[in-house]
Design a protein around this ligand. Structure first.
Ligand code: ZN
Length: 316
């Protein structure tokens, strides 16, 4: 029996045929025709499913389910309330894709399926309770409780990026001020870095980008931190402070075995992981029980395909 996992992003759609153990047998991808709207994207997903069936010669009856990881908020029936990057509001993706393919479909948020990928083959494998945080343009979160995905009563839970942890100098895209993602995402690091550079013309960051502040990204900040640039270090210290508050809160609520960090920012874990682990201790209520492991996620590129495929296994 096989599964199809679909990683639906704002720029590309990746699809793969996956075994019940979570191994990818075949992968295909295409660009996301965002301008063609819901119908255009739906059609493209169906074409990818057909391409997998044709190239692998797998019998459709042997495909147990299709899982789709979406950059948005959806309910259990695969109805998507909104997916900002795709310009979708209120679309019945699960139902329509099921009609088109004749295969059972499950839809979940992309951070949640990445959590399932880690749970299947990564750093949270064989744990009962775990949390996955993806630190990229924003901050997404997925929670697994008692070996099951937890997404709340209406599918709108686990928006960890929008938990308020302080006061910030700019508002979040959601309209609030102080959301965790506005302190710790790659976007947040760049914004704070630019603010600090106003008073630090001697920073090596200026040299790295030839004076063009628009070229600053999280990778450059981490590279400069490794060279002990004072601005870069300050940016990371602030990120660590707020990430520790956020993670401390999660530990106090959920008491997970592992919290996995994924995404572009986590890839620079060597710069901040130790500092983060130390800082988290301040916020753990039961000081003698500092047992939650903080680990960098392992399944970066294929997490969307593996996770969405394996999510269907947990669901059906
Ligand atoms: Zn927010």
């Amino acid at each position: 029996m096989y599964y199809i996992g679909i990683d639906l992003g704002g720029t590309s759609i990746k699809a793969g045929l996956v075994t019940k153990e979570g191994d990818i047998i075949s992968k295909v991808s295409a660009s996301t025709p965002v301008k063609e709207g819901f119908e255009g994207i739906l059609k493209r997903i169906n074409e990818l499913v057909e391409e997998i069936v044709t190239t692998t010669k797998v019998n459709k009856e042997n495909i147990k389910a299709i899982g789709v990881g979406v950059p948005g908020v959806c309910n259990e029936e695969g109805f998507i309330y909104f997916a900002t990057n795709l310009f979708w509001t209120n679309v019945p993706l699960g139902k329509r894709l099921e009609e088109l393919t004749g295969i059972k479909v499950a839809v979940e948020n992309d951070a949640t399926v990445a959590a399932v990928a880690e749970y299947t083959k990564g750093v949270t494998a064989q744990t009962k309770n775990s949390i996955f945080l993806t630190l990229g343009t924003g901050l997404g979160g997925g929670i697994i409780i008692n070996h099951q995905v937890y997404s709340g009563s209406h599918g709108i839970g686990t928006e960890i990026g929008h938990v308020v942890v302080g006061e910030n100098f700019y508002d979040c895209t959601c309209g609030n001020n102080g959301c965790l993602e506005t302190f710790v995402s790659a976007t947040a690091l760049v914004k704070y870095c630019k603010k600090l550079l106003v008073d630090h013309k001697d920073s090596t960051i200026f040299k790295k980008v030839n004076g063009d502040l628009e070229k600053i990204n999280a990778k450059i900040i981490f590279d400069c931190a490794r060279e002990k640039d004072i601005v870069a270090l300050q940016v990371i210290q602030r990120m660590v402070h707020y990430l520790a508050i956020g993670i401390g809160n999660l530990i106090n609520i959920f008491d997970p075995e592992v919290i996995a960090l994924g995404g572009g920012v986590a890839a620079a874990g060597d710069v901040f992981l130790e500092q983060l682990q130390e800082e988290i201790k301040k916020y753990i209520y039961v000081k003698s029980m500092n047992v939650t492991k903080i680990a960098i996620a392992q399944l970066e590129n294929d997490a969307g395909i593996v996770g969405s495929a394996m999510y269907t296994k947990l669901k059906f």
